[in-house]
Design a protein around this ligand. Structure first.
Ligand SMILES: [Zn+2]
Length: 244
């Protein structure tokens, strides 16, 4: 699997940047995970919107779905220009009927509800889900392909169920919206200490901190997490690519 970070800012995109969006490629299948504000513009540095094969959506906060509408427009317009491609499957949960309904657009995109109790097959990927602790329904994902495992927390405060869900993952892409001295629990987010403890307890190989705060010194997040976890820790960065 090849993971490429498209956007990583929490809440809203920094200038000329993007909020949550992650491209995962395996055996030529291009899966976009979340599609927040700024993602469509940034994505085109890597691949064109009409070349996506599927999109997985963790939850319906704007920093995760703001660019779904323009992704639909992009594929509509490229279709007018003569390109041919099938309806794009957009996988999301159905616990917000209004937002889930927007995932289906003409014959351009098709909303598909994922079943939380079953492993979802998307192209070469096997995806299982865990409900997170967040103000709205949100789902973490454990994605397996080629014998490797990526766990993506989406938005959540820490919960014990994460440990078994993430056990021995090759990469833990973990939200980290707060510094170690801050408590993100009431907002439904983790801090750097939570992320470090989580990575240690789940014995993951590599921790990538994402959904980053807009203030402070981001390198402090790594220093704080590294007190708890001695493995590899990185800050998410635009177009950063990780092979696993
Ligand atoms: Zn959220």
């Amino acid at each position: 699997m090849k993971l490429t970070i498209i956007g990583f800012w929490g809440g809203y995109p920094k200038q000329n940047a993007a909020s949550s969006g992650y491209l995962l490629e395996h055996e030529g299948f291009q899966l976009l995970i979340d599609c927040g504000s700024g993602v469509l513009a940034k994505l085109q540095n890597i691949i064109q919107p009409e070349d996506l094969d599927a999109v997985l959506i963790s939850h319906y906060h704007p920093d995760y779905i703001a660019d779904i509408g323009v992704l639909q427009h992009a594929r509509l317009i490229q279709g007018f220009l003569g390109k041919e491609f099938p309806a794009l499957p957009l996988y999301g949960h159905q616990f917000d009927e209004s937002e889930f309904g927007k995932l289906t657009y003409k014959k351009i995109t098709k909303g598909i509800a994922y079943n939380l109790n079953e492993v979802l097959t998307v192209g070469p990927f096997q995806v299982s889900f865990l409900k997170t602790d967040h103000p709205v329904p949100c789902y973490a994902m454990r994605i397996e392909a080629g014998g490797k495992v990526l766990v993506y927390t989406a938005d959540s405060s820490f919960k014990d169920e994460f440990i078994e869900f993430s056990r021995n993952a090759d990469v833990l892409l973990c939200e980290c919206n707060f510094y170690g001295h801050q408590n993100g629990k009431s907002a439904g987010h983790m801090n750097s200490i939570d992320a470090g403890k989580f990575a240690h307890r789940a014995a993951v190989k590599q921790l990538i901190l994402t959904h980053l705060p807009h203030y402070g010194n981001l390198s402090d997040l790594i220093a704080e997490a590294s007190r708890e976890f001695t493995g590899i820790i990185k800050l998410a960065d635009e177009f950063q690519s990780i092979s696993l």
